[in-house]
Write a protein that binds this ligand. Sequence first.
Ligand code: PLP
Length: 420
Amino acid sequence: MKLSAFGEKFSAGAGILSLMEDLGRAMTDGETIMMGGGNPGHIPEIQEAMRRRLLDLAADGQALRKLIGIYDPPQGDHDFCQALADLLHRLYGWEISGENICLTSGSQSAFFLLFNLLAGKTPTGGVQKILLPLAPEYIGYADLGVESDLFVSVRPNIEEIGERFFKYRVNFDEISIGPDIGAICVSRPTNPTGNVLTDAEIGELFRLAREHDIPLIIDSAYGLPFPGMIYTDAVTPIWERHLVVCMSLSKFGLPAARTGIVVADAPLIRLLSGANAVINLASCGFGAMLATEIVATGEIIRLSNEVVKPFYQRKMEQALAAIEEQFTDFPYRVHVPEGAMFLWLWFPDLPISSRTLYQHLKQRGVVVVSGDYFFPGLAPGWRHADECLRITYAQDEQDVRQGIGLIADEVRAVWKAAAP
Ligand code: PLP
């Protein structure tokens, strides 16, 4: 088979695919402790709310016909988009209507469309890129460009906090936006670190976007208004013409329903809908139909604040306590866990690379993700990028505790082996 350059991107050699296969195997072998993936936890109260809604839809002939038998328009389920626009206006005063919202098959496919609409070769022969102003950033962006080298990213400032924590801060001194930048993108909270960019950082990025007339894309897959997995002081969600806010129903508890949501200026929404029509014909309406009622009533906000957020916050606190108890006699720091469902561990001066540590841990029966995957677009040569691991605390608490114990044993063994 003779593959195109596009085909080669998806062949088995692509880094992220081999990682995904590794994670997939670990998920199904029944023995490995899975602290690598991004699957949300299973929250009984959310599942019960969705079960009731599904039964109601199934019992209503007309609703069922729509649920399984009708293509939605390319922009997505009209009732859902309208209900969400109303909710966002009520909550935050955003001046939007249904015309500002487009649904995609998971937000992952929204990023594929947005990045390739805004970066790559230009009609005038130039090249545009997506600026990731703070690396590390979401691994899932890395391979989304139809063309290679779609990203340019910037090393952050590291603020050490107390003995055991640190926080990345956007290094604005290193950010320069030339005509080759098509958009800026940040995840907030950030996957992999759990960082929540401050309102001041977002404000400055927004100012830069407006000044250069490019969009600032804010990936709110874990953030506001749902699933609301933010454990720090309140942050203010903003939307204006230069902002593109991407949301998802996945981390609220519906990853299989594949519902991504883009809030943007109407012309960009029309462009996205067109691209969505070409690639998918129609958006998947399943998640939208399941969620329209709780969006219209605002119940999705109550469930996010009172059920989803405490579920993860408790798990985060337990994982952190296990780390403090078990990570003894070797150097480490944890990124302040301000949101999402990950802990980002930094082992300063670790004698082996995080990729090798990942292999050792796999042999011990715990799967994590090596930190070096999370620096798409960053010039090589920053040792810090090889000193970090991402662990997920969304799954079973006993497993997480045991996994943390195995990480501690292995890091201790690595330091011992390197001792003179
Ligand atoms: N953005 C971030 C930061 C993520 O972590 C993920 C998935 O893990 C996504 C986007 C994509 O999620 P989905 O396609 O399920 O909406």
